[in-house]
Write a protein that binds this ligand. Structure first.
Ligand SMILES: [Zn+2]
Ligand SMILES: [Zn+2]
Ligand SMILES: [Zn+2]
Length: 356
């Protein structure tokens, strides 16, 4: 391979966030020219080493001490060496996002609303070395488009995850709070991959008309009644009594929880033992499997171990609460465009196709 005397990313377009020069044969004495809004990161075997800021740099063992050390450790000694140089833009970028999410089932009936959302994000690279490790080392990106796609998939995942924590009443009442919370989560997580989020703007959250009606008090009562009518026939023996409960304003619950909630709560002589629901805080009889108020399971959540840092997390967590890496990081292929995605992605990062 010819020895490169001069490396420069002088063909960068406005939309380009990074460019990888693969397999360069460089020598001490080669020049690296970094424009005003760029960094150049020396990269080899999936690791990033020294970073050059703007300017005209002549490579010496002094100004790339980290890579020189790595080469020595590999017994690559002499003036000529191979590595990659990844140029990273320091400019601000704008990325659009959007998709569909579901609300959590609401308190006492299992109604989930499908929500649409869209908006844009302003971001820039803050830590070029971290950014290069994450995108070119860990995620195998090779172009700006790969990175854009990843960022879009990443935002969509967080938005979908966050909406899944709020029932439709909360979403309608607190759209701004919910989207503000998502923005904060995105900001924190982006920092871990070397990005700085300047702003996350939700331009719209579309709530279906049915869900809006449902979330008004009258609508809620009407839908609860309707829902109860439809499901009473499926309930275990004695569940029919629930019909009366609705009108009387008694909290109702679905399935097994119903039977338990409706049972007389006063026992013999011993004081009653209760267990608090971890979700809504109401008191339930000891031994109840589901909360009589919100229907959530009262069993302790099963734990799974983070594959990266080993922390034990509830099995419902998609990302480790300790280190932030996906709890199940297998790759799956998008059936539509064949791009590789993390199995935790709900939408393909490349074509936006629904994966789950
Ligand atoms: Zn509860
Ligand atoms: Zn972890
Ligand atoms: Zn796809």
């Amino acid at each position: 391979m010819p020895i490169i005397e001069k490396v420069a990313w002088d063909f960068a377009g406005d939309e380009d966030i990074a460019y990888r020069f693969p397999n360069l044969s460089l020598k001490y004495g080669s020049q690296v020219i970094v424009k005003e809004n760029q960094w150049a990161v020396f990269f080899r075997d999936g690791k990033s080493y020294d970073v050059f800021g703007p300017g005209r740099h002549t490579i010496t063992s002094n100004n790339i001490p980290l890579l020189t050390g790595a080469l020595k450790a590999l017994r690559i000694i002499g003036d000529i060496f191979e590595c990659e140089v990844i140029f990273v833009s320091n400019s601000q970028f704008k990325g659009k996002f959007g998709g569909q999410a579901y609300s959590a089932p609401s308190g006492n009936i299992q109604y989930q609303a499908e929500l649409g959302y869209y908006g844009y994000l302003l971001y820039k690279v803050e830590d070029p070395k971290l950014f290069v490790i994450e995108f070119f080392g860990n995620k195998g990106a090779s172009t700006s488009t790969d990175i854009e796609n990843y960022i879009r998939g990443f935002i969509n995942e967080r938005v979908i995850d966050e909406f899944a924590n709020h029932d439709i009443f909360n979403v309608v009442k607190n759209v701004d709070e919910t989207t503000d919370k998502v923005s904060l989560i995105i900001k924190d997580e982006a920092a871990r991959i070397g990005l700085k989020i300047i702003d996350t703007v939700f331009e719209g959250v579309k709530i279906p008309e049915e869900a809006r009606r449902f979330s008004t008090t009258m609508g809620q009562q009407a839908m609860t009644m309707q829902y109860m009518k439809e499901t009473t026939s499926e309930l275990p023996e004695g569940g029919g009594a629930a019909g009366a409960g609705v009108g009387a304003g008694i909290g109702i619950a679905m399935g097994n929880a119903l039977g338990q909630a409706m049972q007389p709560s006063k026992g013999g002589g011993s004081p009653q033992q209760v267990v608090l629901c971890p979700n809504c805080g109401s008191q339930n009889n000891l031994g109840a499997k589901f909360c009589g108020n919100c229907g959530k399971s009262l069993a302790p959540a099963a734990k799974i171990i983070c594959p990266k840092c080993g922390a034990a997390m509830p099995e419902t967590m998609k990302f480790c609460g300790n280190c932030g890496s996906p709890m199940k990081p297998e790759k799956i292929k998008c059936p539509k465009c064949k791009a590789e995605n993390l199995s935790t992605n709900k939408f393909c990062g490349s074509c936006g196709n629904k994966l789950q």
